[in-house]
Design a protein around this ligand. Sequence first.
Ligand code: SAH
Length: 244
Amino acid sequence: MLANIRIVLVQTYHPGNIGASARAMKTMGLTELVLVNPRGFPDAEASRLAAGAEDVVDRARVVASLEEAVSDCVQVVGASARLRSLPLPHYDEPEAMTRELVANAGSDPVALVFGRERSGLTNDEIRLCSHQVSIPANPEYGILNLSQAVQVLAYETFKAWRLRPESEYRLPRPAEERQPTREQMAHFQEHLSRVMQVSGFLTQPHARTEAQLQALFARAQPSRKELSLLRGLLSSLEAAASDG
Ligand code: SAH
């Protein structure tokens, strides 16, 4: 079950942090590590700091974009020390996040995403997430080292998994409750934008309106079934707009 829970590190600068993150993961039963454009990998320092978790480092998948790392996931939680202005659903408490993460992971892949040592995640990268989480910390100095942030959230994930309700763990989610993948959500957003243009609602691409609607649908968390209902509605509006 923990095999559905992926740790994604975006453009890690220090290879040692990759090794230390792999170790943090393995101690908590997590094995799926995806690296988006790491500066140096493979690297001896990564293997050295991994200690007994070298297998996690060896199996790590390297990809060119965050999109590629998470498009098949149904929940993507960006870890961020600072609250951004983006109105994505935000978990103030890691426990609340990991309960949902573990429940979703019963049927589908999910991901925890960590940013660069210096600059964290970009706004575009956060837009690819479905949720954000912060680790509560000292308001005067609350930024953790990357691999320590991985350790805290990996621990919380393991705890939620140990305490998972039997019913959620044993039975996969019923089809009508399954969440859409990020790719399905992205296709829906593209469809919505197209319909807003052909209908004349937007006379030119308007990033802000699109971002607001994206945030609305992120908060609504439609199931796969509800999303396909919305797609059907868009298709019929699209057809009506092009007929008129
Ligand atoms: N200067 C960067 C911090 C990067 S720390 C910034 O301001 O965003 C590297 C990564 O560790 C972050 O991108 C985040 O994923 C994680 N991290 C560090 N402290 C965290 C905290 N308190 N809560 C959640 N994630 C944290």
